[in-house]
Design a protein around this ligand. Sequence first.
Ligand code: HPA
Ligand code: ZN
Length: 335
Amino acid sequence: MDLLAFIRALPKAELHLHLEGSLEPELMFELARRNGIALPYASVEETRAAYAFTDLQSFLNIYYAGAGVLIHERDFHDLAMAYFQRAKADGVVHAELFFDPQTHTARGIPFETVLAGLERAAQAARKELGVSSRLLLCFLRHLPEEDAFRTLEQAMPHLQRIHGVGLDSSELGQPPAKFQRVFARCRELGLHLVAHAGEEGPASYIKDALDLLKVQRIDHGVRALEDPALMERLARERIPLTVCPLSNIKLRVFPSMAQHNLKQLLDLGLCITINSDDPAYFGGYIGQNYLEIALALKLTRTELVTLARNSLLASFVTDAERAPWLAKLEAVANS
Ligand code: HPA
Ligand code: ZN
């Protein structure tokens, strides 16, 4: 079996995927036409050419503008359904998906419209594609904590359909401490907790996300390597890191894939997973992320199996849901 076929055959969970970041330019143009919205680009090709980022903020500016074509329940459904089809092709059996309600409610789109469209797609994916999923609501960290509290209020009637919360958007200057109260409230409500930390921000933000926000996973977290004591703790406590290789290269967290620290993190005993973050903007879905990092760092098939196994172990599902995926993974590993 060639390497990409092997990667795709591994049952895996995707744990770090922003649904708004899976909006391909083709669908962006279709939704713009459907909804009578003018785009700043003349064509799909011109749009892709504009995706030349220099850092996180330069990406976020374009990402939030792109999300402006999402208006109706059907738009959110179509967005998520397109992601599920790509994920299925890459062997994703389970996906824990971020969405950014504040990006939409700030434009006057009701919270319920967003959630209804995503939820309908999740049900169809389960039924038609056999892909399981959960939704994680992300708070935008560049906005005040009061805004996050207002978003949580809007989510309250729908908590059976929201499995957890995360924290995303501009990291530098937006420390975890800013969201300590809203995360404490989410914890009381029984929601799972994750946060982006240590992507552009310092290793201290990872520690603060664990100690102040009490998160169960760290999104990105690659800067943990700068703090040996933190590394030891992440390994000992088996705190999963949702690493996104193509994202890290496109946003210049590392100068090249060969200089990515994923193998060092793995060798130091951390529970590392591979994910695609915003695949429509960063040049590839989860299979491409596995492939490019495997080639650049010369990862063995055993290491790829470990990464896929970590993703299943780090997911917020029951042991009963996880067991058949793990069994299939071991079967592929031993084939
Ligand atoms: N980091 C922070 N915020 C984001 C990202 C990311 O990688 N993707 C979408 N929102
Ligand atoms: Zn992200």
